[in-house]
Design a protein around this ligand. Sequence first.
Ligand SMILES: [Zn+2]
Length: 143
Amino acid sequence: MRRGRRPKWMIEIAKERMDILFSLAQKEYDNKNNSCTNNPQRANERVNESSANERPNRYVELALKISKKYNTSIPLKWKRRYCKSCHKFLQPGINSKIRLSNNQVNIKCLECNHILHIPYKKEQKLKRRAKIESYTIKKRNHE
Ligand SMILES: [Zn+2]
């Protein structure tokens, strides 16, 4: 299939699928942490732990494959939830650290120590502009 010639519905489905995959990864992550804290004596779970650890990462791999295949970007909601270097699902506070510095968000992957920088200057600018706009609109309404 040629590039940039994908029908809209196909992209919509790809996005939906990626959303589902990331949601599943999130669920797996939550389940894993709950089972660790609530049922420490469940022996059967322990055996499967290594495969359970890998499952969220596999979902991420699948989502990335979809994004490549359909040439669509990962939904914004999940963009910061995986490591761009080792492709692992990141859970803030567990295997990733988020820090703010120099007008950017630094997300550190604790699996491979890769740091993802996301500048937020654009957001700041947009916010400022929205503020000015809402102010001028208010002013105009008063006149
Ligand atoms: Zn990583």
